[in-house]
Design a protein around this ligand. Structure first.
Ligand SMILES: Cc1cc2nc3c(=O)[nH]c(=O)nc-3n(C[C@H](O)[C@H](O)[C@H](O)COP(=O)(O)OP(=O)(O)OC[C@H]3O[C@@H](n4cnc5c(N)ncnc54)[C@H](O)[C@@H]3O)c2cc1C
Length: 433
């Protein structure tokens, strides 16, 4: 957090104006790097809060509250004399006139522009997926999914017959990456708690959580032994893990696979992939490369641009091996910091330097007490130790002391008193979907 209140300096208006689109990990890192420097910064976001995406699945499965994983952007920069927040969605970028246009038609000019718009869920053109599958990319997605999961459990109990026989209930999670693994693990825990603690009259044997992926293993970005461990852990907690399953369409009540099987299900959770291109404002998509990400040169400027930069998930950030960095929070934070330093170099007439990502490892949790982490040099940490490492790291990166404290208390409480958690359907009855 940027602190130390000061009065607005008189020469602020004459300083180069840096506009940052997006208040995620990358945009916040850029603005933090430029706070109290010789520039004027406007950070624009369509939400007035920063979202800690890695914990969205816990909001969706009723482990955390929405406010635990979101933090007002104004509060992050409230005391920075040269950083302003503008709430709104950027619709167009006009590079030739150095202007961005917001949804309400207002225009903001810039000397430097940073594209930090992240990515959004992509459905790969699967018919029915955008309409019926539930993605998990924003706080609204997480809240909607939580309402849906809890509503489905309630409705299923109502459908049970008077002898207590409960109907068959299937949830399908599409995508065996970290989000799919984490969500299916947490979903089985939610179901167990709802039955054991909340007294829902459902038969656990008739409830299935199925995790499907086209690939032959889970967590393809991790070493094979981490994937095997994740599969074993998920299966031991009751998740049905299926590989080589290609989804061909989804409707309101079922999912259909390429091999002809159609599975009746109460909800399809979509964790199959993201596209940066769909999040980009107009006139930038022409610059996009792999995954719709904006192509940038080594210093993170758009190819052929002197003053437009791209960072985080929105950018095809070059990696040391000649490929591109993964779309991960540490890449977003490091590229954001680097971009801020390069803008200051340009402002001061200095040469820029190339970005090098320092890979400190990747991790995914598989449920309470279990996680896998791949550290540098191929070291794999699993089980409780991995989970503790995951817990510490996520607390460290959470924005705001209040959020950190609250999440720490919630997690500690849940650990010793497992069933506590915000299992609330927060929606008017007619809007629950
Ligand atoms: C469910 C989930 C779990 C994840 N788990 C992990 C994990 O465990 N570890 C890890 O390292 N990474 C994880 N990631 C990836 C990580 O969260 C992203 O790499 C990171 O958030 C990227 O940061 P960013 O700032 O580039 O984009 P984002 O965090 O997506 O932020 C982009 C911001 O731009 C705003 N925006 C977009 N378009 C506009 C516009 N036109 N106008 C105004 N504002 C706009 C959005 O509202 C948003 O606030 C996860 C992602 C998801 C979705």
């Amino acid at each position: 957090m940027v602190n130390s209140p000061r009065s607005v300096p008189e020469n602020l208006a004459s300083r180069p104006h840096v506009v940052v689109i997006g208040g995620g990990f990358a945009g916040v890192a850029v603005a933090k790097g430029l706070a109290d420097q010789d520039v004027r910064v406007t950070i624009i976001d369509q939400h007035n809060f920063h979202t800690f995406q890695p914990l969205l699945y816990q909001v969706a499965t009723a482990g955390l509250e929405p406010a635990d994983v979101a933090f007002p952007i104004r509060t992050i920069f409230g005391h920075a004399r040269n950083v302003r927040f503008r709430h709104g969605r950027v619709r167009r970028v006009d590079q030739s006139r150095n202007l961005v246009t917001l949804g309400d038609g207002s225009e903001i000019d810039f000397d430097h522009l940073v594209i930090a718009t992240g990515a959004v869920a992509t459905f790969f053109g699967v018919p029915g997926a955008s309409q019926f599958a539930m993605p998990l990319y924003t706080l609204s997605d997480a809240r909607r999914l939580r309402n849906r999961l809890l509503s489905v459990l309630e409705e299923t109990e109502v459908r049970g017959d008077s002898d207590g026989a409960s109907p068959q209930l299937t949830f399908v999670v599409v995508g065996g990456g970290p989000t799919g693994v984490e969500t299916s693990g947490a979903l089985t825990e939610l179901i167990q708690i709802a039955i054991k603690r909340d007294g829902l009259r459902l038969d656990p044997a008739r409830i299935r959580v199925v995790l499907v992926d086209m690939a032959p293993r889970l967590l393809t970005g991790f070493p094979q032994r981490a994937s095997d461990y994740a599969k074993r852990r998920l299966e031991s907690s009751g998740v049905d893990v299926q590989f080589g399953r290609s989804v061909v369409d989804i409707d309101e009540h079922s999912i259909h696979f390429e091999d002809g099987e159609r599975v009746e299900c109460a909800a399809v959770i979509w964790a199959a992939g993201v596209s940066a291109g769909d999040a980009l404002p107009q006139d930038l998509s022409s610059t996009s490369g792999p995954g719709g990400r904006v192509r940038v040169s080594a210093d993170l400027r758009l190819l052929d641009s002197a003053n437009v930069w791209a960072v985080g998930d929105a950018a095809a950030v070059p990696s040391m091996d000649g490929a591109f960095c993964a779309q991960l929070a540490p890449v977003a934070i490091q590229s954001g910091r680097h971009c801020a330093a390069q803008i200051l170099h340009v402002v001061h007439g200095e040469v820029t330097t190339p970005f090098h990502y320092h890979d400190k490892g990747i991790m995914a949790t598989i449920g309470r007490n279990a996680a896998v982490a791949e550290l540098p040099h191929g070291v794999v940490v699993k089980g409780r130790l991995g989970w503790l490492a995951w817990l510490g790291l996520h607390l460290w990166y959470l924005v705001g002391f209040r959020n950190r404290l609250r999440v720490f208390i919630n997690w500690t409480w849940r650990y010793f008193d497992w069933p506590s958690g915000p299992r609330l359907i927060v929606a008017d009855a007619e809007t629950v979907d």
